[in-house]
Design a protein around this ligand. Sequence first.
Ligand code: HEM
Length: 126
Amino acid sequence: MKVKKPRPVNLDLQTIRFPLPAIASILHRVSGVITFVSVAILLWLLSISLSSPEGFASAASIADSFFVKFILWGVLTALFYHIVVGVRHLLMDMGYFEEMETGIASTKVSFVIVAVLSVFAGGLVW
Ligand code: HEM
């Protein structure tokens, strides 16, 4: 079929403005992937720590560096983000927050909850 008038096409990602719920959705997928990868690493660390008293000591020394603590904090923040925004997603599946205004408001509330939990995660790690 031939289109008479060419339709406007904008594939330049740098000029597309995403609404806040769209950004939250993309980050939710990213946080899911981070959680998926980190589960394997955390299980490996757990198995070392449970293997023997020496194993526990070496797992504790691995987790003692600033770099590893920073990664652990990031992993916990990604997990909290995934859970909080995931619950919001499930509420949307039930029919809540489907309009643009409530969608944006619930996204902002989710971000604030995640920020608080992220500070809490920092307290746990350090
Ligand atoms: C080890 C734990 C978890 C892992 C590795 C994980 C991983 C993922 C990944 C990779 C996705 C993206 C799928 C996609 O966008 O195609 C996803 C989606 C989702 N996750 Fe998780 N997840 C975990 C725990 C949870 C928890 C505790 C919740 C609780 C609310 C949750 C809620 C959701 C929801 C609602 C979606 C669908 C989002 C959508 O349809 O766009 N997840 N998860």
